[in-house]
Design a protein around this ligand. Structure first.
Ligand code: ASP
Length: 290
């Protein structure tokens, strides 16, 4: 007995991700195909400026992408610091399925993508370039919480056969240092799946989730009996108690094998989208009182 199909995705752009994922899930499709399709829908749309094509560049003006995909058996594939390929999530899936490795980075990731037949293209849109040029006027790099509601897309799905999967994709923090990799491509930090238990992901200032392995932590809490909501709240509390969070934002989302969903954030502004046979909505997440 399962409560799938169901898909939840981070931020308002999660709705676009859910729509693509739902087209597969509602026809009895596999959760892994669904989460990949969901991430691709956001990657290809330049109006979402922190994922894929049109993503905001690093301090040097380079668009570098991170992505991770994971199936119900715990297999995973990731790319980090990938340039000039619109769909890092699909390259990550190829890493999972066609190599003995978990992550390829930088030049090697691009070389692998090209060998696999992915097209090479300029991902820096005029709008993103203009934003980058303006940002150079500020001396210091400082991420601003919820500056726009389109950060990493994390897509978590449970299919009609009870298989869980997750995907996340991002251009990372706008104005990051060259070579910086965030939480998203790190299994256990930006995303984690345990096919018997649940799946969880994080978005916001990735360093916070990397230090705490927040996604693994949430899934482990669910394994120990916590509901997805309890797991999300505990993960955020752990980050707030142990780290100097400044005015950063971190939002987390979790889905368990029973189809229950949880979300929580350090501060107001985090949203997530839910798609089930009976609903298609964007929800504001609960958050820690500030
Ligand atoms: N977590 C991502 C990173 O730090 C960015 C985000 O989700 O806003 O790269």
């Amino acid at each position: 007995m399962t409560s799938g199909p169901l898909v939840v995705s981070t931020w308002n752009h999660g709705r676009a991700a859910n729509e693509a994922a739902w087209a597969l899930l509602s026809e009895g499709g596999d959760s892994l195909d669904a989460v990949e399709a969901g991430a691709r829908a956001v990657e290809t749309d330049p109006s979402f400026t922190s994922v894929g094509f049109g993503g905001l560049p690093d301090r040097e003006g380079e668009v570098t992408l991170d992505a991770l995909i994971m199936n119900h058996e715990g297999d995973c594939g990731a790319v980090s610091c990938l340039r000039e390929v619109r769909h890092p999530i699909s390259v990550a899936r190829k890493v999972m399925e066609d190599t003995p490795h978990v992550m390829l980075t930088g030049k090697g990731a691009l070389q692998f993508a090209l060998e696999q037949g992915f097209e090479r293209e300029d991902l820096l849109t005029e709008y993103a370039e203009e934003r980058w040029r303006k940002s150079l006027e500020n001396e210091d790099f400082k991420p601003i919480a919820n500056v726009e509601d389109h950060d990493t897309v994390g897509v978590l799905a449970l299919d009609a056969s009870g298989r869980l999967a997750g995907a996340c994709s991002t251009s990372g923090l706008a104005g990051k240092m060259s070579g910086r990799v965030g939480d998203s491509p790190i299994a256990g930090a930006g995303l984690f799946v345990d096919g018997e238990v649940g799946v969880a992901c994080a978005t916001g200032v990735g360093e916070l989730a990397m230090r705490a392995l927040s996604s693994f932590f949430m899934v482990q809490l669910m394994r120990d009996g916590a509901s997805p909501q309890e797991a999300c709240e505990q993960a955020i509390r752990r980050v707030v108690e142990k780290q100097d969070i400044g005015d950063s934002q971190l939002g987390v989302l979790a889905l368990d094998i029973q189809g229950r969903v949880g979300s929580y954030a350090i501060r107001e502004g985090f949203t997530f989208a839910t798609r089930t046979p009976v609903s298609d909505v964007v929800n504001p997440s609960s958050h820690q009182a500030q």
